[in-house]
Design a protein. Structure first.
Length: 162
């Protein structure tokens, strides 16, 4: 009986630790709050495009941001920096938080069509002023999700035949 209580306490501690942020947010070139923008009614797809064939979601360009920020907070130092990237036609050097490994075939379009939500892989983005890697995408994470949703679990579902 005592052993099972200790086990339950340890499981509770481990679950709490896993729920905590795993890393500090990286320093980005421009501060950006997903929380603030989503509170204004924007959705992921308003800013992140999914061009054909739908494998990768796009990171918004400065011109996309400037469609609103030509007038909104235009005197803010961060928006002035954003405007400079746009004026100079330079990409914003965002620090990537998630990247699919080169040996993995992944399609955002397929997953979105199957009903996956951005939060499934990227964490609670809508609640974040700064993003960090809060979900650890791994083969076991993906296989567990595929199993839970009766999706293809064969190697060729995610890996090219070599």
């Amino acid at each position: 009986m005592m052993g099972s209580r200790v086990l339950l306490v340890l499981v509770g501690i481990a679950a709490t630790a896993l729920a905590q942020p795993k890393a500090n947010p990286p320093e980005q070139p421009i501060p950006y709050s997903h929380k603030q923008h989503i509170a204004l009614g924007l959705t992921c797809k308003d800013c992140h495009t999914n061009p054909d064939p739908g494998d990768a979601m796009g990171i918004p360009t400065s011109s996309k941001c400037m469609t609103c920020h030509q007038t909104i907070k235009k005197d803010s130092p961060a928006i002035q920096k954003l405007a400079a990237f746009d004026r100079d036609k330079q990409p914003i050097p965002w620090v990537r938080i998630y990247k699919v490994a080169d040996f993995v075939s992944f399609s955002h379009a397929v997953h979105l069509k199957a009903g996956a939500q951005c939060e499934n892989c990227h964490g609670q983005v809508a609640q974040r002023d700064q993003l960090f890697r809060e979900v650890n995408p791994s083969m076991s994470t993906c296989v567990d999700c595929h199993r839970d949703h009766d999706a293809n679990q064969g190697c060729d579902a995610c890996h090219d035949a070599r």
